[in-house]
Write a protein that binds this ligand. Structure first.
Ligand code: 13P
Length: 251
């Protein structure tokens, strides 16, 4: 049995924005978002959490972070704990984005520990998985995403139904090359099966987002797929009209 669930549209601003730009973007979103039929979040750079917490207050926009420390506190220069994020009203934290795996050497186990830290603080981790172009071309897509997700399931088995998964093929991120709806659905179905083995019926309520050059033009066809429960949007989330169109496409 699956549970009814709202789709989730999450913007990942990555390392973009300023006090002025954030204020303008959130104001434009608030003005036109109305009462969306999906959940909506903006994942903002850490220095702007306090600002954006205020900007989204009383709106349908939830606040998200782009990373979280695996550690609770202490000598971890430059990191932010889940409890600190919680202090600023953070509801979601992206973990294991491919840019962090690639540029910061985050391993599957580190990503799993970050997901656990978020869950322990009552923050929903958005766990990113995805293959590189060479992995896809070598026929290893399923093996890679299953390995990445398995680490998170292993470390969080008892509360795995509380996570959000994001399938982000690395070759589609920021490249303008989107996975076709069929390519994405095929991987989402693999992930859903894996979640079913781990969580039984509860797997039906876990949202699996697609990310990678999702935009106003292609969102509806991706979101129409059976196992695509939302989107994690980079570039298009920085333009209010585009992000609003993606939100409108998520019913
Ligand atoms: P783009 O939408 O810019 O391709 O980025 C996707 C992404 O990495 C979201 O986390």
């Amino acid at each position: 049995m699956t549970h009814p669930k709202k789709k989730l549209i999450a913007g990942n601003w990555k390392m973009n924005g300023s006090l002025a730009a954030n204020a303008a973007l959130v104001a434009a979103l608030r003005e036109s978002v109305g009462t969306p039929s999906c959940d909506v979040a903006v994942c903002v750079p850490a220095p702007y959490l306090a600002q954006v917490q205020g900007l989204v207050d009383g709106s349908p926009l939830a606040l998200g972070a782009q990373d979280v420390s695996a550690h609770a506190q202490g000598a971890y220069t430059g990191e932010q704990s889940a409890a600190m994020l919680k202090d600023f009203g953070v509801r979601y934290a992206i973990v294991g984005h491919s840019e962090r795996r690639q540029y910061h050497g985050e391993s599957d186990d580190t990503v799993a520990a970050k997901a656990a830290a978020a869950l322990a603080a009552g923050i929903t981790p958005i766990v990113c998985v995805g293959e590189t172009l060479s992995e896809r071309e070598a026929g290893h897509t399923q093996e890679v995403v299953r390995r990445q997700l398995a680490a998170v399931i292993h470390a969080n088995g008892h509360c795995i139904s509380e996570i959000v998964v994001a399938y982000e093929p690395v070759w589609a991120i920021g490249t303008g090359k989107t996975a076709t709806p069929e390519q994405a659905q095929a991987v989402h179905a693999v992930l859903r099966t894996q979640l079913h083995h781990a969580a039984g019926d509860l797997a039906g309520r876990i949202r699996i987002l697609y990310g990678g050059s999702m935009n106003a033009a292609n969102a509806a066809s991706l979101l129409a797929q059976a196992d695509i429960d939302g989107g994690l949007i980079g570039g298009a989330s920085l333009k209010a009209p585009d992000f609003l169109q993606i939100i409108a496409a998520a019913r």
